[in-house]
Design a protein around this ligand. Structure first.
Ligand code: ATP
Length: 740
């Protein structure tokens, strides 16, 4: 077969002419490694993790990505003249490359076991199309990294004195009834250091699998902050969860009568809320647990020091913005049971403070998971088994509509068993009541929707029946299952689908995955599976999911780590506005007619110069105000403004002098080659892109003809605006901003 394909157009990829650089991979081969040292933490992640695939692990038909050639389909490994070669089918030809070289150059397009088809295979004879695709992916990665970086730097600029180590900490620690897991211990140390040693407010993510004990980490942070006389707010996505946190915290702090815990939620009356708000404002309450209702404008704290956010991703956009606004001024601890793949976690910890909790509490046993078609008998026998051992049962359905039928069937079959209902459309007070009765054991079966998915911790409820399981997402199923088996007792999860013949491929994969990953601490694998099944979008949002589809997941990750480890090289170092020399001969004189039209021309021109000196945004504001007051400016004023814009943008782009020489515009700059290339690749106008070149310390713009100075200014204005638009993808150096 191989011989046949060889005749049809097999080409051998070598480490030279075909662009398949043999030693490529460790760096981009740009030869520009200058630009600053590597950042701690990021290096470890970047250098130790490779995403390339060993070709011997590939299966025939799997899609692969060759970094220099693009997406192809792996055919086989075959020996020729005593050497093993990898054969890859591209759109126009078959490629053959030596196995050891393939090991350096090949990536999987998909995650293992995932079968997503790429939009098209690349062509061996058209490397430029692949190159464009790859650069697009790279730029997307770059933007992502820079966004993270900017957030990190922003936070680094905040300051607050470290909290004193609380005198009673040892006592509080000793009151924890369990032996902490090693990961819990590490998280305690991390949080303690953030609060009592660092001067920047904490913004730490505690990322732990379901039921691995994140709450205790939060409670220790709360103890430190409250001991220093501050208040703490605990934000949960649902009333049920808020109530649970309230109960757990009231109990945990019960030996400290001076520490007052309160619950604030939409379920309370206006009078109750008003009373609470007054107490909070006066500093009479110390731990305020609640739902997003806590974020109300009316809330005023006496001395808020810490915000604990549980499952932040479950909040709405506006609420997330509000949460983000807190991060600027107070310490924030975020708890998440939505696991991120370990590799990504490692890379991100260079930017985000995160503690990973992947060790289960010692006596924890994996939940036994059974996936099958629904049968009333099976569901009943599972329930009866649980009730017989004194336990309780969650019966979960995806839709409120289904609840009545289920309730009827259960009541008919088990008439003496106390049951309750909980779902999102129920009035909060009723949900609370149902949950309370379930939590104290009065109710034995809770029929509910996925409202119980996050965080609910009822140690005696150890069987879960999920009907219509095919309608739940994988992460959702994983979270749901995490509600049982949270104490030493073995948990059971029965996931019933309706009719196998009607199951979609995705639903089958999902149910298969949840059954396969039933060992403890499998959340990370589930996250990867989830990405594989639902697309990468679930982790990074839709845009990134398209970017991943462009280059395949492993190359995307590789680029991400590469980018994270080289972030310093993408620094753009602005020059002071006053140092920018614009040698283009354009008179700054305004017509006497316009001058007499302006109210106070001298002051106005001064204001314009000051606005330009401040920043681009202020200059834009100035221009808008000017137009609002005097209408569109005449040509001479337009030129004057454009000069200011050009100087301002040049300063931000690190360009210190601009002059022309014949058909050339020369811009002296401190920019490095990587930044220039990234900027040029992202420019929207091809004419600008094609005219720019970089020679060490200068950017040159080559024009087609000699332009008069006014047109030259115009060209510069548009070209720099095009470059400027790329700045978010670059890191602006913030002097003194980065510690560590
Ligand atoms: N080290 C430990 N040993 C034994 N049990 C523990 C330990 N730490 C916490 N627990 C118990 O495990 C249960 C789950 O803990 P917790 O509610 O903090 O988990 P979680 O990480 O917040 O889970 P979820 O993401 O599901 O909310 C609680 O009942 C808690 O008391």
């Amino acid at each position: 077969m191989i011989r046949e394909q060889q005749r049809m157009g097999l080409r051998q990829l070598r480490g030279d002419g075909d662009g398949a650089a043999s030693q490529e991979g460790e760096s981009d081969g740009d030869g520009d490694e200058g630009g600053g040292g590597r950042r701690k933490g990021v290096v470890a992640a970047g250098s130790s993790l490779g995403h390339r695939v060993d070709p011997r692990e590939l299966e025939a038909g799997e899609y692969v990505v060759h970094k220099k050639v693009g997406v192809g389909k792996f055919v086989c490994i075959s020996a020729e003249d005593g050497l093993d070669y990898v054969f890859i089918q591209y759109a126009d030809a078959m490629a053959k490359l030596a196995v050891d070289q393939a090991a350096r150059m090949l990536y999987r397009y998909n995650l293992p076991h995932e079968k997503q088809r790429p939009r098209n295979l690349s062509k061996l004879n058209d490397p430029s199309t692949w190159e464009k695709r790859r650069l697009k992916g790279k730029l997307a990665v770059q933007k992502m990294v820079v966004n993270l970086m900017e957030l990190y730097l922003q936070r680094m600029r905040q300051k607050r004195p470290p909290y004193p180590k609380p005198v009673g900490m040892d006592q509080f620690t000793a009151e924890f009834p369990y032996e902490p897991t090693p990961d819990q211990n590490q998280a305690f140390i991390d949080v303690d250091k953030d609060l009592t040693e660092r001067e920047t407010p904490m913004d730490r993510l505690i990322c732990g699998d379901v039921g691995f004990g994140k709450t205790e980490v939060a409670m220790r942070a709360i103890f430190i902050v409250i001991s220093a006389g501050f208040q703490a707010m605990v934000l949960a996505p649902t009333v049920i969860l808020a109530k649970q946190h309230y109960d757990v915290m009231s109990e945990r702090f019960s030996n400290y009568p001076d520490i007052k815990v309160a619950m604030f939620s939409g379920a309370q009356t206006k009078e109750e809320k008003d009373e609470l708000i007054t107490k909070i404002r006066n500093g009479d309450l110390h731990i305020i647990v609640g739902t997003h209702a806590v974020l109300t404008e009316r809330m005023a704290y006496n001395n808020l020091g810490l915000l604990v956010v549980d499952e932040e991703q479950k909040f709405g956009v506006q609420q997330k913005e509000k949460i983000a606004s807190y991060k600027a001024s107070i310490d924030v601890l975020t708890l998440s049971a939505t696991p991120i793949p370990r590799t990504l976690y490692l890379a991100l910890t260079g930017f985000r403070d995160a503690s990973l909790m992947s060790t289960p509490p010692p006596e924890r046993v994996a939940v036994r998971t059974y996936v099958s078609g629904f049968s009333k008998e099976r569901a009943l026998s599972a329930i009866k088994f649980e009730l017989a051992r004194g336990g309780q049962v969650f019966y979960v359905v995806p839709r409120i509509k289904a609840i009545d039928d289920v309730l009827q069937f259960l009541k008919d079959s088990l008439p003496d068993v106390p049951m309750a209902v909980a779902h999102g459309k129920k009035v909060s007070k009723n949900i609370q009541l149902a949950m309370e009765k379930f939590a104290c054991g009065e109710v034995k079966i809770l029929v509910c929707t996925h409202i119980i998915e996050s965080g609910i911790d009822i140690p005696n409820a150890n069987t879960m029946v999920v009907q219509y399981a095919e309608l739940f997402g994988l992460a959702q199923l994983y979270q749901l299952r995490g509600r049982v088996g949270r104490s030493g007792t073995e948990g059971f999860a029965y996931l019933f689908y309706t009719d196998k013949s009607l199951l979609s491929k995705i639903a089958t994969d999902r149910l298969g995955a949840i059954e396969e990953h039933s060992d403890l601490g499998q959340g990370f694998h589930v996250a990867e599976k989830d990405m594989g099944i639902r697309g990468f979008g679930s982790l990074f949002g839709e845009q990134q999911s398209g970017d991943v589809a462009n280059v395949g997941i492993d190359l995307f990750f590789d680029m991400l780590f590469d980018s994270l480890s080289k972030v310093d090289q993408f620094c753009l170092i602005p020059v002071p506005y006053k140092d920018v020399q614009l040698d283009i001969n354009i008179s700054s004189r305004l017509s006497s007619e316009y001058i007499s039209y302006l109210e106070n021309p001298v002051e106005l021109l001064n204001e314009a110069a000051k606005a330009a000196e401040k920043d681009l945004w202020t200059l834009i504001q100035f221009t808008e105000d000017l137009r609002r007051q005097y209408g569109k400016e005449p040509r001479d004023m337009e030129l004057l403004l454009k000069k200011l814009y050009v100087r301002r943008m040049a300063a931000d782009l690190g360009i210190s002098r601009i002059y022309s020489s014949g058909k050339m515009i020369i811009m002296k700059t401190n920019m490095n080659k990587k930044v220039f290339r990234l900027m040029r690749e992202a420019m929207s106008l091809e004419t600008h892109r094609n005219s720019l070149s970089f020679t060490g310390k200068e950017i040159k713009g080559e024009l087609l003809v000699n332009l008069p100075d006014t047109l030259l200014l115009n060209w510069l204005f548009h070209c720099l605006a095009d470059c400027y638009a790329v700045i978010p993808a670059l890191v602006k150096k913030i002097v003194g901003g980065m510690k560590s």
